[in-house]
Design a binder for this molecule. Structure first.
Ligand SMILES: Cc1ncc(COP(=O)(O)O)c(C=O)c1O
Length: 459
C-alpha cells in the first residue's frame, strides 16, 4: 500500500493489525478458497477486511471481540440494525413454517399491498432477489412495452451487476466533452450501441439524446440521489425535468430507488414530487434478507402477467420467498413516517458534526448526502457529476483508506469509500461518539494530508 510509505500510514495500519489479528488469520485462510480471499468486491479493503461475527442493534463485533458502531449497515440494506427482536420473531416464526414453499403465498401480496399503499406510483409489484434483478427486469419490461431497445443511463451511475447496468459504472476515462458508452472488455460490445449516456444533473444532454433517439430509446434510468461513489443531490429541477422530458418524448422513466428508498416514506422521488413509470427497489424492503422488486404503472407491469397473450417471462427459484417477505413487511411496518423522520434527523446531526469537525481541523472536505446517508469527499467544492467525484476520489484514494482504517481503530465501521449509513437503533450518543472519532482521526491525519495533498489544508 502506497500509504505505508508514510509514518502516519504505517502507524494506522500497525494499530489495525494489532487489534485485528484473528481477521488477518481468517483472511490468509480464506485466500485458499476464495479468489483474493473474498466474495464481494465492496467488502474488501487493504490490508485485509475485518471478519465480523455478530451484530446487535447498531453494533458489530469482530472475531477478536472488538465492538464497532455499524455505520455501514450492509451498504444500506439494514434499516433497523441487527437482530431486531420483532424482525427476528417474524423471520423465526416463518422459518418454523418453511423458508420457501415453492408456491403462491399470502405474504407475497401482503408485502406488495404495503408497497403499493406506500409508493404512489406503484400499482403492482414483481419480486426478485437483488437490486440487480430489479433494474434488469425494469429495463426488460420497458423494452417489451415500448418495442425499443435503447436505455439512457447516467455516466458513473450504478444499477447492479447485469450487463446493461455495467456500462459506464465508472465515468468514461476521458475528461473532456460528453461521456460516451464504455464498458470493460468482458461486457458484450454489441450492447454498447443500445446504451446512451448523459452526465448526472445535465438535462440539456438528456434532451439532446431524446430528441435525436426517441424512436430507439425504451427508458431513462436514474437515481433520485446519485449513489455510486458520490452520494450527491440532484440540482433543483433536475428530476422534474427528467419527468417532463421523458413524457414529452414518449420514453419511460425508471427511478432506481434500491438505495434511496429509505430516505422518504414513499421513496426519495416523492420528495421531489415526481411520478416515474417504474421503480426498482431492493435493500431495506427485504428486512435484511436478499431482495429486489420492480413496481409501477399497471399497464406496463401487466406485461409480466401469465394471463397476458405475450408475457415477459419472469421467474426465479427464490422470487417472493416467504422469509424475505415476512421479515421485509415487518421491517417496513416498523419504518413508518415517524421513524423515517427521526432517522433522517439523526443523519442531519451527524452531517453537521462531521462538517464542523473537518472545518475545525483545517481540512477542506465536503460532506454530502441526505438524511441517513452521508459521504465524505476530499475536495473543495460539492460534486455535481460522477466525473467531478472521480477527479478527486482517485488522488485521495490512500487518504480515504487511512481515514477508514483509523475510524475502525476508533470503533466506527463505515464504508471504505467514505460513506456512512445510519440505522434506527442509533441514538445521539452513537452519533456523537462517531463525531469524536472523526475529530481524533482528522487531527491524526492532518500532517499526512499536509504532506500528500497540501491543497486540502486550510490552516
Ligand atoms: C442504486 C442501486 N441500484 C442497484 C443496486 C444493485 O443491488 P444489489 O446489490 O442488491 O444487486 C445497488 C446496490 O448497491 C444500488 O445501489
Amino acid at each position: 500500500m502506497a500509504y505505508e510509505s508514510h509514518e502516519i500510514g504505517r502507524d494506522i495500519v500497525a494499530r489495525y493489525r494489532q487489534k485485528t489479528g484473528q481477521s488477518d488469520k481468517h483472511f490468509e485462510a480464506a485466500k485458499s478458497w476464495l479468489p483474493g480471499g473474498e466474495t464481494r468486491r465492496a467488502s474488501y479493503f487493504p490490508p485485509y477486511p475485518t471478519f465480523m461475527e455478530k451484530g446487535e442493534g447498531c453494533y458489530l463485533y469482530d472475531c477478536d471481540g472488538n465492538k464497532y458502531i455499524d455505520m455501514q449497515n450492509n451498504y444500506t440494506s439494514l434499516i433497523h440494525g441487527h437482530s431486531h427482536p420483532r424482525i427476528n420473531e417474524v423471520a423465526r416464526s416463518q422459518m418454523e413454517k418453511g423458508v420457501v414453499l415453492g408456491s403462491a403465498a399470502e405474504i407475497q401480496y401482503r408485502h406488495a399491498e404495503h408497497l403499493c399503499n406506500r409508493i404512489p406510483c406503484v400499482e403492482t409489484v414483481r419480486y426478485g432477489n437483488s437490486g440487480t434483478e430489479a433494474t434488469l427486469f425494469a429495463m426488460r419490461v420497458a423494452r417489451a412495452f415500448t418495442g425499443r431497445e435503447g436505455i439512457l443511463k447516467m455516466d458513473g451511475g450504478y444499477h447492479g451487476m447485469h450487463d446493461y447496468a455495467q456500462v459506464n459504472i465508472f465515468p468514461e476515462p476521458k475528461t473532456e466533452g460528453l461521456p460516451e458508452p464504455w464498458a470493460e472488455p468482458w461486457i458484450p460490445r454489441n450492447l454498447l450501441k443500445d446504451i446512451y449516456i448523459a452526465p448526472y444533473n445535465d438535462l440539456k444532454t438528456v434532451e439532446g439524446i431524446l430528441k435525436k433517439h426517441k424512436d430507439q430509446i425504451a427508458a431513462v434510468i436514474v437515481e433520485p440521489m446519485f449513489s455510486a461513489g458520490g452520494l450527491f443531490l440532484p440540482e433543483p429541477g433536475y428530476l422534474q425535468g427528467m419527468r417532463e422530458l421523458t413524457e414529452r418524448y414518449g420514453v419511460l422513466l425508471i427511478l432506481d430507488e434500491v438505495m434511496m428508498f429509505r430516505l422518504q416514506y414513499g421513496g426519495l422521488h416523492t420528495y421531489y414530487g415526481i411520478k416515474p413509470d417504474l421503480v426498482a427497489l431492493g435493500k431495506i424492503i427485504g428486512g435484511g434478507f436478499p431482495v429486489g422488486a420492480v413496481g409501477g404503472r399497471k399497464d406496463i407491469m401487466e406485461l409480466f402477467s401469465p394471463a397476458h397473450p405475450h408475457p415477459v417471462f419472469h421467474s426465479g427459484t427464490f422470487n417472493g420467498n416467504n422469509i424475505t417477505l415476512a421479515a421485509g413487511l415487518a421491517t417496513l411496518e416498523l419504518y413508518n413516517g415517524k421513524a423515517v423522520e427521526q432517522l433522517n434527523t439523526m443523519g442531519d446531526r451527524l452531517r453537521k458534526g462531521l462538517k464542523k469537525a473537518l472545518q475545525d481541523s483545517g481540512i477542506k472536505a465536503q460532506v454530502t448526502g441526505m438524511g441517513s446517508l452521508l459521504m465524505i469527499h476530499w475536495r473543495k467544492e460539492k460534486p455535481k457529476t460522477a466525473r467531478d467525484v472521480f477527479a478527486t476520489l482517485l488522488p485521495a484514494w490512500d487518504l480515504a483508506g487511512l481515514f477508514h482504517l483509523e475510524m475502525l481503530n476508533r470503533g466506527v465501521f463505515s464504508a471504505p469509500r467514505g460513506m456512512f449509513v445510519l440505522s434506527t437503533p442509533m441514538t445521539a450518543s452513537e452519533i456523537d461518539t462517531a463525531i469524536e472519532a472523526l475529530e481524533g482521526t482528522s487531527a491524526l491525519l492532518k500532517p499526512y494530508i499536509a504532506d500528500t495533498l497540501p491543497h486540502l489544508i486550510t490552516a
